[in-house]
Design a protein around this ligand. Structure first.
Ligand code: URA
Length: 211
């Protein structure tokens, strides 16, 4: 009825097809009054250690507590980091985008800098590349690329994200992780200018890295 009367517009175009799909970021008006309008936001946050990757928490400060939610409503986290891990965390209000990013089959590479209590040796490289069996999940981890940066610092590239995966993998060598920092997700690198706790919107070029 409303369609036949040409009273509904989607993104300023009169809607006539009852099967037209409306997404969360289409602007919909009825009699020129807005009934739905929301912009998509994609944010990179430099997550500090001690901040929980959640929208609500009774004990710890959350990633969302760091964001001005007057400017950015309905954000959620796209891919968690542990409480004591710092680095690149993405937030968005676009559920389709975050689902694609967190889909285990997408195999998007995530790069971490890891500091360890004890010295590394070349055995780590092959053990990480060969995968490790996690009995709790009954899986063998996918090949992980490990580069030794210095005696106690490694760079690790994961294409999956099992619970505490990096700490558990170094745990096999009885080598505790003393610091864990996510540097990049896919080709998107955490901006150097963002101090821990700071954030900014992704640029169009950065967003295109995920398409
Ligand atoms: N592996 C971990 O152990 N912790 C993280 O936060 C990410 C990967």
């Amino acid at each position: 009825m409303l369609l036949a009367q040409k009273r509904i517009q989607v993104d300023s175009i009169i809607a006539s097809d009852p099967k037209q799909l409306i997404g969360p970021f289409n602007t919909v008006t009825l009699d020129n009054q807005i009934v739905q309008q929301q912009s998509a936001h994609y944010i990179m946050l430099h997550k500090p250690v001690g901040v929980v990757s959640a929208t609500k928490d009774d004990i710890h400060q959350t990633a969302l507590d760091l964001i001005n939610t007057d400017a950015y409503a309905n954000l959620h986290i796209a891919g968690r980091l542990d409480l004591n891990t710092s680095g690149l965390l993405l937030l968005t209000n676009d559920g389709k985008w975050s689902r694609a990013l967190s889909n285990p089959d997408s195999e998007i590479k995530k790069t971490y800098l890891v500091e360890l209590e004890n010295p590394l040796c070349s055995d780590y490289i092959s053990a990480f590349a060969n995968g490790m069996y996690f009995s709790y999940e009954d899986i063998t981890t996918k090949p992980v690329h490990l580069t030794i940066i210095s005696e106690r610092v490694a760079q690790v590239e994961l294409t999956q994200g099992r619970y505490h995966q990096i700490k558990r993998m170094f745990g096999r060598f009885r080598n505790p992780v003393t610091s864990l920092h996510r540097v990049s997700i896919g080709d998107l690198v955490l901006c150097n200018n963002l101090a821990p706790g700071q954030y900014r919107e992704l640029t169009i070029a950065e967003l295109a890295l995920f398409r």
